[in-house]
Design a protein around this ligand. Structure first.
Ligand SMILES: [Zn+2]
Ligand SMILES: [Zn+2]
Length: 286
């Protein structure tokens, strides 16, 4: 299984010399597994992803965490959507069915010149099973409901090669009753080889951000420990967070890992990084 990060930023794209190292594109990941192309979210990172797979004519399975702008806004610039004969399957869970075509519905006058129903690719809304899960060949995909305004889904992808989970726009300790409790997250993510989790805020920022549907970095760290994940990637960086600040945060996280006798590796999500999962071992960029 190969996981490529195309967009790691939260909320809005950034472009400045202060964010160039970790990247400014919004949420988008490509997972290549068992001859399948799985794409998670269609933030602005999906533009480059589309360019990279333009000559690959396999079906594209596009899964949405939810439909906030930073997770759909790249789709109008996704070149495979304009290819005749291209199949794109849209999937989501825990979200209203009437919003299932949100990526196409945003392509409307006066916001975009090409209407969503006039693109060349065959875009279909496809179901998950009644439990919100899916078996695609040898790939098992399970979901869990996000703690986020408007709801949404976390995804876990499992094969005989290993496991990967994508949990973004998730507030682990929201001010009200969570949709998914801490214990349920620990169960869902138990022993995952690679976890990409929302880590938008610092403890001292919680006062002004509590209830916004994002996690504290410290909570994502603790969850990874409790769930015994092997590799944690901190994701959905605040658009105002500079590369230098992110690296300071990583240093603190690595210190916490050492001080708390934790077994996992923690990294910052970085655009263009490629994680390989084989025999449940995770390697970065080899
Ligand atoms: Zn977001
Ligand atoms: Zn969101």
């Amino acid at each position: 299984m190969k996981v490529t990060l195309y967009g790691v930023r939260g909320s809005i794209p950034t472009s400045s010399r202060d964010t160039v190292k970790y990247g400014g594109q919004t949420a988008c990941l490509l997972v290549e597994v068992d001859d399948k192309l799985l794409v998670f979210d269609a933030g602005t990172g999906i533009r480059q992803l589309g360019n990279d797979i333009i000559a690959d004519d396999r079906d594209i399975h596009l899964f949405f965490s939810h439909y906030h702008w930073d997770h759909i806004q790249g789709f109008p610039f996704f070149k495979p959507a304009y290819q005749c004969g291209r199949n794109i399957h849209l999937r989501s869970a825990y979200l209203p069915k009437e919003n299932a075509k949100a990526v196409l519905d945003q392509m409307v006058n006066p916001h975009f010149p090409v209407p969503g129903d006039k693109i060349q690719a065959k875009v279909r809304v496809m179901p998950m099973d009644s439990a919100g899960n899916l078996q695609l060949g040898k790939v098992k995909i399970t979901t869990c409901a996000l703690n986020h305004p408007g709801g949404g889904a976390a995804y876990k992808v499992e094969t005989e090669q290993g496991s990967f989970a994508y949990v973004t726009d998730n507030e682990l300790s929201p001010p009200n009753e969570p949709t998914t409790s801490w214990t349920q997250w620990v169960d869902f993510l138990q022993g995952v080889d690679l976890l990409v989790h929302d880590a938008m805020y610092l403890d001292e920022e919680q006062k002004s951000t509590h209830g916004w549907g994002h996690s504290l970095i410290s909570q994502a760290m603790k969850l990874a420990k409790d769930a015994k994940v092997a590799n944690l990637v901190l994701f959905h960086h605040d658009p105002d967070r500079t590369d230098e600040q992110l690296e300071g945060i990583l240093e603190d996280c690595e210190k916490w890992v050492n001080d708390n006798d934790v077994a996992y590796t923690v990294r910052l999500a970085k655009e263009t990084d490629v994680y390989h999962i084989l025999n449940s071992t995770v390697n970065l960029n080899y």
